[in-house]
Ligand binder design. Structure first.
Ligand code: NAD
Length: 294
């Protein structure tokens, strides 16, 4: 069993991007600039946004964090997105999800200029991804693909079972793994809460991607010997021994499953770090398109 080390791979991606920033600066060109919008005080969202802003600083990107009270009106939020769309200094825009219930997430995502949609959630970018055109790929699936590529994990002709069909993880992951590309070229089974025979399907999988949001959902009896297991889940469970009162676990029962696998991602230290690295890559690409157009 080998750990797919998100710390190591994301550091490599970030180092490449930092080198590119150095080159841009040497040419007196503008460095990539990410704008992040955070609404309310969801503790998990606060942590994710803080990591994204910190990572920008580490590699020399500019970032702007716009924080709004959770009672912000939908209109005020949309107006702010319009301002960011029109601001030529901003290359990438991300709106941290989930948003408060009174705000229509779909409207907000659709309001982002697709050329600045570095989360890859805009329908235009999703459509491009599905037919294999160059676009911004949603950061979590993109990060997983970078990880598979880094470790040269064989995917051609393999059976991948993706658990979870969300728009941000499971569905795009199933598309990317099935594409005629490397990594890719898998036969993909996309499973979800209504799947009747999940355990049997998982037992046939060469690659399992778990994106459910339920602690330790994937157990050892669901995994065949030698499978590759990618754990996307980030779940907080109570832990009195921690100062915070909780610890993070994935969707996979890591201790029991890991010995059966050929490769496995840990939580934390796996997919989460790759998500940030992929977001930074998308932001760099957004900025360099503008540079090319000048
Ligand atoms: P979601 O709630 O939108 O989707 C969960 C999916 O799991 C649904 O499609 C549902 O059909 C499926 N599901 C629920 N119960 C099931 C069952 N019993 N059997 C099979 N499928 C079932 O969640 P999401 O946004 O895709 O996130 C999933 C997990 O990944 C969460 O823990 C989230 O925090 C985490 N996440 C991590 C990252 C990262 O960077 N590592 C990024 C996004 C999400």
């Amino acid at each position: 069993m080998q750990i797919l080390d998100g710390k190591l791979v994301s550091a490599a991606v970030k180092a490449q991007l930092a080198d590119k920033v150095t080159e841009l600066k040497a040419l007196d060109k503008k460095v990539p600039h990410l704008a992040a919008i955070l609404v309310g005080n969801n503790p998990a969202s606060e942590t994710y946004v803080a990591s994204k802003v910190k990572s920008c600083a580490e590699i020399g990107f500019h970032s702007t964090l716009l924080r709004f009270d959770e009672k912000i009106s939908e209109k005020h939020l949309l107006d702010n997105i319009t301002l960011l769309n029109e601001n030529a200094d901003i290359d990438g825009i991300l709106v941290q999800l989930p948003l408060p219930k009174h705000i229509n997430e779909e409207l907000v995502i659709n309001a982002i200029d697709p050329s600045k949609d570095v989360d890859g959630f805009h329908p235009m970018n999703v459509g491009k991804m599905v037919i294999g055109l160059p676009t911004y790929i949603p950061a979590t699936p993109y990060g997983i693909m970078l990880m598979l590529e880094h470790y040269n994990i064989p995917t051609k002709g393999k059976h991948a079972v993706v658990i979870g069909r969300s728009n941000i993880v499971g569905t795009p992951m199933s598309v990317l793994l099935s594409r005629n590309a490397n990594p890719g070229n898998c036969t993909v089974t996309l499973t979800h809460s209504q799947t009747a025979n999940l355990k049997e399907l998982c037992l046939q999988a060469d690659i399992i991607v778990a994106a459910i949001g339920r602690p330790n959902f994937v157990t050892a009896d669901m995994v065949k010997e030698g499978a590759v297991v990618i754990d996307v889940g980030i779940n907080r469970i109570e832990d009195a021994s921690k100062k915070s009162g909780f610890r993070l676990v994935g969707d996979v029962d890591f201790n029991a499953v890991a010995p059966k696998t050929s490769f496995i991602t840990p939580v934390p230290g796996g997919v989460g770090l790759m998500t940030i690295a992929a977001l930074l890559k998308n932001t760099y690409n957004a900025a360099s398109q503008k540079v090319n157009m000048n």
